[in-house]
Design a protein around this ligand. Structure first.
Ligand code: PLP
Length: 424
């Protein structure tokens, strides 16, 4: 069977469309996603959970494009959101609010209000102050807010420090020695309904043991709460399953869920997971054109038209991404290149020291770019955001038009010559 993203002969294909054709039609830089790969990853979760009460909540922040959400809505996904903007995106894509969980340490009263009005499934509460605020907001609205409390299990997930979230020093969750007290308080609040328990220990996890350790801690808390007359309905283990960028060997989605289910045993709690990266990460690539080859006595630089504003992960996490020419060249020399963007920062690189046979105007593909690529992009250096397309077999959907200069300055004003000074 052919893989949906692979070289066939000399040309890189995304399903039935060549990357060269996409570059020609949509220009560069452009993000390209394979619908088949998104569906395959989501269905791997779904198929493993058919005989367990469960909810798979795609973490919108990994890639919030409406067309991506549309695909997942059609597969019956729930969604994990971290802002009102993400809530509105899910609703715009036709997502079921009854399958939305709301994560994040800083939900504002206004965001709580919108989410309550939308009747979301659950708020993942991260502090006592947040709990109090949520109770007040729901009281004013005459609503009852369904909640789960996020535990900080103090485990070390052995991932990059910026994406480890379940250690004592991280801002996330409630320490486990304070959580029973908080549940007892929550269970007495009139406008709060205690539903579950959750954690999310980090991202790009390749070792399942820290998660297993967290599950054990969560189940101990569930039992202790039961003894105190507080019965939970669900356990939410967050997202975080890693993908292969280079030589990482994370468990497969099936093995990951199998291990979780075996740890849960005959416990009849509904299982919620919040995968982001493992759904969309390997389903997307970023194509970019080589503008200049610049050789110094120290290094060879390939300066491309994608930059850290398009793909921040190398600069932010020192992430390694595979970079390949979309059309394999024969008869030119392989050299070691630093693949860099045009932005005025030395941190602006996509990859260092890559052995490639390339020339100017060649198009390169940055692989495994589907998650935290476009979603972390910015307009730094007044660069317009890249186009995004989804390939579905022989069809190409324009998921996001390349930004224009008018998009770039939307909402900005020159100093108004007519404005009067304010009266003292
Ligand atoms: C970011 C995040 C996720 C998704 O993480 P992935 O590593 O992309 O699977 C899930 N839940 C929460 C609370 C998050 O912050």
């Amino acid at each position: 069977m052919t893989h949906p993203i692979e070289h066939r002969g000399n040309e890189l294909y995304i399903e039935s469309i060549s990357a060269a054709e996409i570059a020609k039609e949509f220009g560069t830089p452009t993000y390209v996603y394979s619908r088949a790969l998104i569906e395959e990853a989501f269905n791997s979760y779904k198929n493993m959970l058919t005989s367990h009460r469960s909810l798979i909540c795609y973490a919108v922040k990994a890639n919030p494009n409406l067309a991506v959400l549309d695909i997942l809505v059609q597969l019956g996904a729930g969604f994990d959101i971290v802002s009102e903007g993400e809530l509105k995106r899910v609703l715009t894509a036709g997502g079921d609010p009854g399958k939305i969980v709301f994560s994040g340490v800083g939900k504002t009263p206004s965001e709580m209000n919108t989410a309550l009005k939308s009747k979301i499934y659950c708020f993942n509460v991260e502090s006592e102050s947040e709990l109090n605020t949520l109770n007040e907001v729901s009281k004013k609205m005459g609503e009852i807010a369904p909640i789960s409390i996020r535990i900080n299990p103090n485990v070390n997930p052995t991932t990059h420090p910026y994406i480890a979230t379940g250690m004592r020093k991280n801002k996330f969750g409630v320490p486990k020695d304070e959580v029973i007290k908080l549940y007892e308080k929550a269970s007495k609040l009139k406008n709060i309904s205690v539903q579950g328990i959750d954690c999310h220990i980090g991202s790009q996890l390749v070792d399942i043991n820290p998660l297993i350790e967290s599950i054990q801690q969560l189940l101990e808390i569930v039992d202790e709460l039961k003894r105190r007359g507080i019965n939970l309905e669900h356990i939410n283990l967050g997202g975080g399953l890693g993908i292969t960028y280079r030589d990482e060997a994370p468990p497969s989605i099936s093995d990951y869920i199998r291990s979780i289910l075996s740890e849960l045993g005959d416990n009849n709690l509904k299982l919620i997971v919040e995968p982001g990266r493992s759904i969309i990460g390997n389903a997307g690539i970023l194509i970019t054109e080589v503008q200049y080859l610049k050789t110094t006595s120290h290094r060879n630089f390939a300066i491309v038209d994608a930059a850290m504003n398009d793909m921040l992960r190398p600069a932010l996490y020192d992430a390694w991404l595979e970079i390949l020419p979309i059309s394999k060249r024969h008869g030119i020399e392989h050299k070691t290149w630093d693949i860099v963007g045009p932005v005025c920062e030395s941190g602006d690189f996509l990859g260092h020291q890559r052995n490639l046979a390339i020339k100017e105007r060649d198009i390169l593909a940055v692989l495994s770019a589907g998650a935290y690529g476009s979603s972390m992009s910015s307009n730094y250096n007044s660069r317009c955001r890249a186009a995004e397309v989804i390939v579905d077999s022989e069809t190409i959907h324009l998921a996001r038009k390349r930004e224009s200069f008018n998009d770039l300055i939307l909402g900005e004003n020159l100093l108004a010559k007519t404005e009067k000074p304010r009266a003292k």
